[in-house]
Design a protein around this ligand. Structure first.
Ligand code: FAD
Ligand code: 2HG
Ligand code: ZN
Length: 481
């Protein structure tokens, strides 16, 4: 149970039988039909160890054709399935709720083509993001998205969650950079939308339905994505601000003064910094001389080393003189750059080590964004550690509440307050992580009734038996009627 929602297993779904296993073994080969308890334990459990299913089977298809055959079988047998990539999702979408069959795409990890003129990369869904980053680096290109989970998450999972990450402020969302994809529907039909064109207005652009639908409409098998060239000059500054209004003003200035070279604008509060320093032994505060309330990480990416550096330094001098920034450092080499990024990217891991964590991933107008963190601190008193950080450049707050263990009293103080507050301020209850299981029933805080009904109609059209990632994304009531 999560909050008040108690979910029942849909009795229309079958349970696995011996013939199913024989069919899967024939289609995939025995070793790709996983029934081993230890492997299933990992696949049933999410990254936070908060959501846990009881699946007895994980399937590892090697290509689209195999995936199509197994889905067709599951559909005809009424077997529910969970598509799974790197299992780094943070809303309980990537693990079964009950005994759904796990279909993991990790063996579908080939790079299909790369066009060095257009920068279009075509690859299979199971490619790990970091491997794509390394591949492109050798070609002089970068991925338009980057995130802390890059070592495990797969591009198919990224596209399915419409992951945002650390570079969205510069390169936009995957709705802009994904040029095409191939997906397999619940009945096994393969839909080829794997275009590589920047412009193609021939009717409905259906790939967008699959970007961000969290495995509820089909399983993505291939992706084509526009990658930007790697530019020669990247600079990173780690800055301290005394108050939130200064962070806000700094963002306003950065957008104007750094303009075309700005490639990341991230923030963390003192509580987030302390967590990282306390739980990740190897990391050091880049600005140790005093304690500050906020830290901002700014990255610039451009093509002219001396101009870019001059621009960033000029910007920082001004920001210091006007009092927006209290202290700061520009990374002098790649090690120092990495150490700045490690602090920001290490926050989720530090939170995980600190105990139980309640995560809220919210879009909120920038001027109001930190008010929520402060109000939450007052509500919770000393009962839990309230941490605020995130992609300030995109208006995306990661509000995390950390406590020694999960506690219904704490949850009762946080929810529904956090959702009501976000809705009242015209924000979104999921900026980038999706709805998954955690927020499927909360969708009305961010979407109108008519919109949710249209989502349910599309779901019923593409997956009439509802076998794909059940209990997730769409409220149960709409699918059971
Ligand atoms: P999974 O977790 O396996 O799955 C996520 C969802 O997509 C599930 O609903 C699953 O059913 C579905 N899915 C997976 N593969 C497919 C497929 N091929 N076809 C259809 N559906 C599929 N998210 C951000 O947006 N920005 C961040 O900065 C960010 N940072 C993170 C940092 C850390 C340390 C961690 C642990 C997570 C972070 N995330 C972030 C959350 C997460 O959404 C991303 O890690 C990532 O996009 C998930 O990819 P995955 O392959 O692990 O997918
Ligand atoms: C990040 O930006 C991720 O670090 C994770 O989206 C956010 O753990 C979180 O709340
Ligand atoms: Zn994030």
């Amino acid at each position: 149970t999560f909050g008040s929602a108690i979910i029942q297993r849909n009795p229309l779904f079958s349970t696995l039988n011996h013939d199913d296993i024989i069919y899967f073994e024939k289609t995939l080969g025995v070793k790709n039909v996983i029934q081993d308890d230890e492997e299933l334990e990992t696949a049933n459990t999410d990254w936070m160890h908060k959501f846990k299913g009881s699946s007895k089977l994980m399937l590892l298809p090697e290509n689209t054709d195999q995936l199509s055959q197994i889905l067709k079988h599951c559909n005809s047998r009424h077997l529910a399935v969970v598509p799974q990539g790197g299992n780094t999702g943070l809303v309980g979408g990537s693990v079964p709720v009950f005994d759904e069959v796990i279909i993991n795409t990790r063996r579908m990890n080939n790079i299909i083509s790369f066009d060095e003129v257009s920068g279009v990369l075509v690859c299979e869904a199971g490619c790990i993001l970091e491997n794509l980053i390394t591949f492109l680096d050798q070609k002089g290109f970068i991925m338009p998205l980057d995130l802390g989970a890059k070592g495990s998450c797969q591009i198919g999972g990224n596209v399915s969650t419409n992951a945002g990450g650390l570079r969205l402020v510069r390169y936009g969302s995957l709705h802009g950079t994904v040029l095409g994809l191939e997906a397999v529907l619940a009945n096994g039909d393969v839909i080829d939308m794997l275009g590589t064109l920047r412009k193609d207005n021939t009717g409905y652009d259906l790939k967008h339905l699959f970007i961000g639908s969290e495995g509820s409409l089909g399983i993505i098998t291939k992706v084509s994505i526009l990658t930007p060239p790697k530019l020669s000059s990247v600079n990173i500054a780690f800055l301290a601000c005394q108050d939130y209004i200064s962070c806000q003003k700094l963002l306003f200035q950065a957008k104007r003064k750094l303009g075309e070279i700005l490639s990341a604008f991230e923030f963390l509060d003192a509580q987030a910094m302390n967590l990282v320093l306390n739980h990740l032994d190897t990391l050091r505060n880049p600005l140790p001389s005093s304690i500050y309330n906020f830290y901002v990480l700014i990255e610039t990416t451009g093509s002219n080393e001396s101009n870019d550096k001059e621009k960033l330094e000029g910007f920082l001098v001004e920001a210091m003189e006007s009092g927006l920034v209290s202290d700061g450092a520009i990374a002098q080499d790649s090690n120092q750059s990495a150490s700045f990024w490690n602090i920001r990217e290490g926050i989720p891991e530090a939170l995980q080590k600190a105990g139980a964590v309640y995560k809220y991933d919210l879009s909120i107008p920038v001027e109001k964004l930190y008010d929520l963190v402060e109000e939450m601190r007052i509500r919770l008193g000393g009962k839990a550690n309230v941490v605020g950080y995130g992609h300030l450049g995109d208006g995306n707050l990661h509000l995390n509440v950390s406590a020694p263990q999960y506690d219904d009293d704490i949850l009762g103080e946080i929810e529904p307050f956090v959702y009501e507050w976000t809705s009242k301020h015209h924000g979104s209850i999921s900026a980038e992580h999706g709805l998954g299981l955690m927020k499927a029933e909360k969708i009305y805080y961010s979407k109108s009734t008519g919109t949710v009904q249209m989502m349910a109609s599309i779901k019923k059209l593409l997956d009439p038996k509802g076998i794909l990632n059940p209990y997730k994304v769409i409220p149960q009531l709409l699918l059971s009627t």
